[in-house]
Structures are given as structure tokens and as C-alpha cells.
Design a protein around this ligand. Sequence first.
Ligand SMILES: Nc1ncnc2c1ncn2[C@@H]1O[C@H](COP(=O)(O)OP(=O)(O)O)[C@@H](O)[C@H]1O
Ligand SMILES: [Mg+2]
Length: 260
Amino acid sequence: MTTANITPAKSEAPTVLASSLSRRFGDRIVLDQLDLSIAPGEFVALLGRSGSGKTTLLRHLAGLDPVESGSLSLPRTRAVVFQEPRLVPWKRVRRNVALGLRKADASPRAIAALNEVELGHKADAWPATLSGGEAQRVALARALVREPALLLLDEPFAALDALTRMRMHGLVVDLWRRHRPAVLLVTHDVDEAIFLADRVLVLVDGKIATDEIIDLPRPHAYEQPGFIAARRRLLQALGVVVPPAHIVEAPRALAKAAAR
Ligand SMILES: Nc1ncnc2c1ncn2[C@@H]1O[C@H](COP(=O)(O)OP(=O)(O)O)[C@@H](O)[C@H]1O
Ligand SMILES: [Mg+2]
């Protein structure tokens, strides 16, 4: 199915607005007067080398870290999915999804969210009995059941095998289309970023150094000419200069290795 990318109306207030956001740990400046705006319903991916500050930025957008310097405007409803599912082991799957919801309709809402990630049949299972992919789908259901205006994903597929990861890509795009939160997806994987996002950012030296619009019809695919060009620019932004032919010949391995 092909749908147009979301083009937010200019007058619409952004879901996230960061101005001159800075954060330091000791002597190390991790975020350096960073500016960022994310429109309602926009799917944004954030790339950067290990230690570049991606999780630090995400934690700020989740409201988990105090703003030290600069300003940050966030929506009231936010949800985060981390690399590991962080399920409570002594609560059944349904109770994990319902955590923090008001009692009255918590259970039916949890079941509906589990059905959306195709895990309705695991509602009464214990977390320890789930596969890695299933556990991460439960974590997604737990995030979405709150109908967040902003969904934050911190390398949520990094620990999954390649096939499971591809299924998760499809699922996340479906869920995003249905619920339309603004999304910030942190990833190491250049291809994953281009597959999923409307816009890909690269964090370098504490600032958004690159802001690449992925102006392709969905679903984004390798075969689209703009895909390869976007990959080349993003790899360069990450400090990797690869001959164009090389990029076409060995796409995934290179794109993944480059961001490490
Ligand atoms: N709570 C903390 N205390 C001290 N240093 C931190 C803390 N959190 C992150 N850092 C440092 O900030 C830098 C960026 O970390 P992080 O945001 O986790 O990077 P990334 O997610 O891009 O790998 C790293 O050098 C890391 O060691
Ligand atoms: Mg991180």
C-alpha cells in the first residue's frame, strides 16, 4: 500500500520543541545547544555513533531527565520502549500492559493492545515464557495502550534476529499509521532509519548535524532510487565515506557496520 508521507501543516504546533538544549556529564558536553522540532504524527529516526548522546536526548524527550539548560516543550502523554522489554517478571503479560492504567477499563484496553500486536493469546502468559520478539511486542503494546502523543523508541529492535526485526518494522509502521503518535526512533542502523522514518537526524558533537527528509512513497524500499542516495548522505554524515558502487553491492552489512 502506498500512502503519502505526512507533511505537517506549518501552523500546527510541534509535539516536541527543543531550543538550545544542553546537557553535560562532568567535563563532557553531550548535548550542545541542540535545536529540534517534531511535528504531530511525524516519524523521526535518530542516528549517531555509540556514545554520541542519543539516549541522553531520548531521556530528555521522555521527561526522565531534568532540563539543565535551554528549553524543552513536550506533550503530556509520552511512552518509551527500550532495547530490552523491561517487563515485570511476576506479573502476567496482561497485567504488564495494564500497569499504571486506571482500574475500570484497564483489562479490556490491555487485551485490545495485545491483539494489535498479535499477542492476544499470550495475555495470561508469564514474561519468562515469551521469545525476545514477543516480549518486545508486549513492550510496544504497553506503550501504545496509553495512546501517547509522543512514542520514544530507544534501539528497540537491536537485540532481535534479522527476520524478527523485519516483522517488527512492518508492525511498528502499521501501529503508527493507526494511532498516529509522533515517533522518535533511536537506531544504529541506517537502513532501518530510512525504511521507517519521514525524517532522519544524525547527532554529532551534541547537535543535529543532518536532517534528511525521506521523500519516498511508503513502503520505503531498497529499490527506490532515493533510498540509496539517502543512505550515502547519512553514512557520510556518520563519518563513513564509501564508494557508491560499494554501497549498492553490500547494502545491509555496510550500513550496519558504519554506524557502530
Ligand atoms: N548518567 C550519566 N552519568 C555520566 N555520564 C553519562 C550518563 N549518561 C550518559 N553518559 C555519557 O554521555 C555520553 C552519551 O551517552 P548516551 O546518551 O547513552 O549515548 P548513546 O545512546 O548515543 O550511545 C556517553 O559518553 C556516556 O558515557
Ligand atoms: Mg543509547
